[in-house]
Design a protein around this ligand. Structure first.
Ligand code: CMC
Length: 378
């Protein structure tokens, strides 16, 4: 078996070329189609980033207006999908989103058209409909009726509106907008890879995005933000962080929101969420969440930097959502809503130059056993 090189977890394996995003894990650099994530987070909007990703360039004003109008016009979901969400009202919101996207496939007239044009149209529809699914399920599980989309609000503002029924202030809308920007695309991360595997069989975009949602759910991927907030609540006060972390690490546990398969320096997305977590905590009179997280980062986890373990995008995100009054189990669906354009782009690239994704496993089990009829088995 010496000639077989096993690349467990496909670590450091390039599976293809891509023009979607550039990630330099050694210096903590992230570009979406050439544009630095810091510029996009500070100066752009999620709608602009969707255009950048799906149409390969920043939009002119008229192009942005057209894309924005398309999103606003496609936010409604069929009553039948709302009925499905009622049936699964007690499930985790991420399961409800996965189920909702799957149900939406039944009503999409282009579901089986994998052309680039139709895939962009479906990606835009799913981007527009995703927040409606998450918000409707959230309201139903709390005994409320869904609130329909508000065409006066942008993508981020409308999502928050459909969750609570109240129009959020500009600052809160911008927080959610930046969060969606930061989560929009990240090369061949596990969920995008999963979506590409599905696309590589020439299955459809809805199926690929259902795959992406399922992969993203795990705590080693998108589930980390939820776990970080639970951890912060368990810690309670900054001075408890040291003991909490020591116990967890000594028993072989991991501190969620730290470490990344590619980044061996600070995840560049974390910077924007750190600043906003601090500002929002102070504004809301709840600075202790940020203090707990910062203590963990600056005191407890410093020795781990020599192993390339720094904060990732999920570490400060949860504290922001919490301060916005969003419950922990909505954190992963929010990540998913931001990632739909990225998953769509990854699938378009896969369809454009398709090859079936089918790696090998080195079999180490028994060989050539004799089949014994059931009556004769001891
Ligand atoms: N806390 C403590 N130790 C860690 C952590 C952590 N968060 N992450 C990695 N390590 C250790 C790990 O125990 C191992 O130690 P040793 O070499 O002594 O066995 C070493 O670092 C390498 O770990 P690995 O699992 O081989 O490394 P990886 O590159 O496969 O891990 C990861 C990536 C994200 C699975 C891991 O860092 C992790 O579990 N982090 C916590 C979960 C998390 O925050 N996930 C969100 C990722 S970013 C958002 C996203 O894109 O989903």
């Amino acid at each position: 078996m010496a000639d077989k090189e096993i690349m467990r977890g496909l670590k450091d394996v390039y599976i293809d070329t891509s023009e979607a995003s550039f990630v330099d894990g050694q210096v903590g650099k992230l570009l979406y189609r050439g544009y630095n994530i810091h510029d996009l987070a500070e100066k752009s909007t999620f709608e602009e980033v969707i255009h950048l990703l799906l149409y390969a360039g920043l939009p002119r004003k008229d192009q942005l207006a057209e894309l924005d109008a398309t999103l606003r016009a496609n936010r409604e979901i069929p009553d039948e999908v709302v009925q499905v969400l009622r049936l699964v009202k007690d499930s985790h919101p991420m399961d409800a989103l996965r189920t909702g996207v799957s149900a939406l496939a039944a009503f999409d007239p282009e579901v089986d058209d994998n052309s680039p044009e139709a895939t962009v149209r479906k990606g835009l529809r799913l981007t527009a409909q995703g927040p409606t699914v998450v918000a409707a399920h959230h309201r139903i599980r709390n005994g409320n009726e869904p609130v329909g989309p508000n065409a006066d609000l942008n993508h981020a503002g409308n999502f928050l509106y459909m969750l609570s029924g109240a129009v959020p202030d500009e600052e809160t809308q911008r927080l959610m907008d930046v969060d969606f920007i930061l989560h929009a695309e990240h090369s061949s991360n596990a969920s995008s890879f999963g979506a590409r595997v599905t696309a590589s069989t020439l299955s459809d975009l809805h199926s690929a995005i259902v795959t992406g949602i399922g992969v993203l759910k795990g705590p080693w991927h998108g589930g980390a933000a939820e776990a970080v907030m639970k951890m912060a609540q368990d810690i309670g006060q900054p001075e408890n962080a040291e003991e909490y972390a020591r116990k967890l690490l000594d028993s072989g546990g991991r501190i969620m929101g730290f470490g990344h398969r590619v980044y061996k320096a600070e995840d560049p997305r974390a910077r924007h969420l750190r600043t906003r977590s601090q500002e929002l905590g102070e504004k809301m009179g709840e600075p202790h969440w940020f203090q707990i997280l910062r203590y963990m980062e600056e005191k407890v986890m410093v020795p781990y930097r020599s192993k390339g373990i720094y904060v990732n995008v999920d570490f400060f995100a949860g504290s922001i959502y919490h301060l916005l009054g969003i419950p922990e189990d909505l954190f992963i669906p929010i990540f998913a809503l931001g990632r739909i354009p990225g998953w769509t782009l990854q699938c378009i690239e896969q369809y454009e130059n398709n090859i079936l994704m089918r790696p090998l496993l080195d079999y180490t089990g028994a060989m050539d056993l004799e089949y014994v009829p059931i009556e004769q088995r001891g």
